[in-house]
Design a protein around this ligand. Structure first.
Ligand code: NAG
Ligand code: NAG
Ligand code: NAG
Ligand code: NAG
Ligand code: NAG
Length: 565
């Protein structure tokens, strides 16, 4: 009798690297909204990004803790590009292990980041399935133009464990529905621009002048050109110079010459002529408040149709800039679980590295209340709270929304809660513990008490008057709050640079200590969601820090005094 190996077994042996596999990440099903189409063809070529383990993330984290904490001897001694690279680059051992793996398997890795921590490999689906014990399939989502190729499970050959942090795209499923402006409405008749926040005006319209009045923000122009403010734009949202000019002529006619923005691009981003409401809102409320601060708009192209890749590429772009902006604001986010732990951790460590360079990384907290980034009515009945990312990353400052002027209260859509990936960071343990004591014994919500609590702060976030495509509109969302807060930080940086002091950089350790009393505590509000019934289980704003408005809304003069202290 003649024995022969079945062909499929032979192929399997040839296709795998030797040794066993260790599960890297898996999910039981694709997130809601994604529809499985079928297996990806074996010959389809996919480009996988591989995050090689940085040689000393823990060391950078320790150093950042020291430089960001008031009172330490190296307070605000932000690091250079090269200094950060020494921590973020992979070790020689990691590089050689990965190169050996690539060579044995006929792969040609290309280094795609300035710190050397990302390489890409292009390979057929059949080989990717075999090398990483995956089952790549096609999935569709209403927000995406075409099917994407993902797997529900990915493993690493044992020799790569400890040397590879992320394989992407594999188990992360992030749609393109990440903008955080749920409500845009047209203003057909408008009177004179409000000079202060008018509490008797039932529409409660917010303008730059209103915000200046409410938070004590000066109209005095910034004087320093070295400290710039960057607005990140995704999803083909293009800010328009003409809309900015019309907005400033209407609401900040005193700014002369009117601010324009400089365009930066990543991943073949462009500045299309189609006005994007999100991009316009973000650019107008930074230019309209951060008087005379140099403004940049970063257009991240949709080359990869994947928000997680867009975020990776934003951090690696900034990693390669010698004199980066000192403040970055991003009004986008998605449910943390859609990213998955390894992708979320790598993106978040990217913000840690930017924070260490002296960039204040600011994000909108999300618009779905305790139920994720967006206001999806089908999530109302579910009492599992859904955290938002990147808002829940401990190395970003996340900004929630308030409305009303007397009193100011948390909006019902302001996202906030606790991460399922990142534990409560050292700087907020006391603040979070104080809030957890206010939750009733019989509280039926399901959330992770050990997680990073967010947001950190809040500003107004409803009925912002702005211009898009030549029309005067009103919009709301934490999308309005993040640029507002970023503009305040940019103005404070301008004063610090003038006083020959370092910029604010990674803000949170400062916000939770020396600056916590520079905020007006917001203790009214319930974040069940914009369209979820108000009685749904959610958090209530409380005295002190809470996961709706953080420490509350800023008082410019107090924050400046704390910064100069
Ligand atoms: C405030 O709003 C009310 C109602 O729209 C209006 O009558 C009043 O003139 C406004 N006051 C100011 C100072 O804008
Ligand atoms: C993106 O831009 C690069 C460099 O300009 C170009 O070589 C490449 O073809 C572009 N890719 C696409 C898909 O347009
Ligand atoms: C609630 O929603 C979350 C996230 O969408 C999901 O993981 C969970 O299974 C849901 N729980 C119930 C009881 O439906
Ligand atoms: C809760 O958060 C911690 C991180 O603080 C995480 O390790 C844990 O898995 C989370 N629990 C759940 C049920 O997601
Ligand atoms: C949430 O607040 C908005 C803005 O004030 C309001 O229009 C909406 O009706 C509120 N939703 C619920 C369910 O209360």
């Amino acid at each position: 009798m003649v024995f022969s190996w079945p062909l499929s077994v032979l192929l399997a042996i040839v296709g795998t690297s030797f040794g066993s596999m260790v599960l890297h990440e898996k999910r039981t099903a694709a997130p809601t909204g994604f529809v499985r189409v079928g297996p990806a063809p074996a010959s389809e070529m996919i480009r996988l990004r591989v995050a090689l383990t940085s040689n000393n993330v823990a060391g950078l984290q320790e150093q950042l803790k020291s430089i960001a904490t008031p009172g330490s001897s190296d307070f605000r001694q932000w690091l250079s590009m090269e200094e950060v690279k020494t921590y973020m680059q992979p070790s020689a051992a990691t590089i050689s292990v990965f190169d050996a793996f690539a060579s044995v398997n006929g792969l040609t890795p290309t280094v795609i980041s300035p710190n050397g921590d990302w390489v890409s490999i292009t390979l057929p689906v059949s080989k990717a399935n075999a090398l990483f014990a995956a089952e790549f399939e096609h999935f569709t989502h209403p927000s995406l133009h075409g099917p994407i190729t993902r797997t529900l499970s990915v493993s690493l050959p044992t020799e790569l464990v400890g040397h590879v942090d992320v394989l992407h795209p594999t188990t992360a499923f992030v749609g393109r529905d990440s903008r955080l402006v749920p409500a845009v409405s047209r203003i057909d008749k408008r009177g004179e621009p409000a000079t202060s926040c008018n509490s008797t005006d039932s529409t409660g319209t917010v303008t730059p002048t209103c915000l200046q009045d409410l938070y004590g923000i000066p109209t005095t122009p910034a004087t320093e050109t070295s400290s710039t403010l960057l607005v990140a734009g995704y999803d083909n949202e293009w800010a328009q110079q003409a809309d900015l000019a019309q907005f400033l002529a209407l609401l900040r006619p005193d700014i002369s010459p009117p601010t324009t923005f400089i365009l930066l691009t990543v991943d073949n981003g462009t500045l299309g002529t189609v006005a994007g409401p999100e991009a316009n809102l973000d650019v107008q409320y930074t230019a309209g408040i951060a008087t005379n601060v140099p403004l940049e708009f970063l257009s991240v192209g949709t080359l990869f149709e994947d928000f997680a890749t867009d975020l990776f590429d934003t951090t690696t772009f900034l990693d390669g800039i010698e004199s980066p902006p000192t403040v970055m604001t991003t009004s986008y986010g998605n449910d943390e679980d859609n990213f998955g732990a390894s992708v979320a951790t790598k993106i978040c460590n990217g913000y840690m590295a930017l924070g260490a360079r002296g960039i204040s990384v600011i994000f909108a907290s999300g618009d779905g209340g305790v139920r994720g980034g967006h206001d999806f009515a089908d999530e109302c009945a579910n009492n599992t709270f859904i955290p938002v990312f990147p808002a829940a990353c401990p190395f970003v400052t996340s900004v929630g929304s308030t409305q009303g002027f007397a009193p100011e209260k948390a909006t019902n859509f302001t996202s906030g809660g606790f991460s399922n990936v990142f534990p409560t960071p050292y700087y907020q343990t006391e603040a979070v513990a104080g809030f957890l004591e206010t939750i009733p014994e019989d509280f039926a919500g399901t959330f992770n008490e050990t997680g990073r609590g967010y947001p950190d702060v809040a500003t107004q976030g409803w009925n912002f008057e702005f211009v898009s495509d030549g029309k005067v509109l009103r919009a709301g969302g934490t999308s309005a709050s993040s640029p507002t807060f970023a503009a305040i930080i940019a103005l404070i940086n301008d004063r610090l640079v003038s006083a020959q002091k370092p910029v604010l950089g990674f803000l949170n350790p400062f916000l939770y200590s020396r600056a916590s009393s520079a905020f007006t505590d917001i203790a009214i509000g319930h974040n069940s969601g914009l369209s979820c019934p108000p009685f749904s289980i959610a958090f209530d704003a409380a005295v002190g820090w809470d996961p709706l408005t953080g420490f509350g809304t800023p008082n410019f003069e107090d924050l400046l005094a704390a910064a100069l202290d």
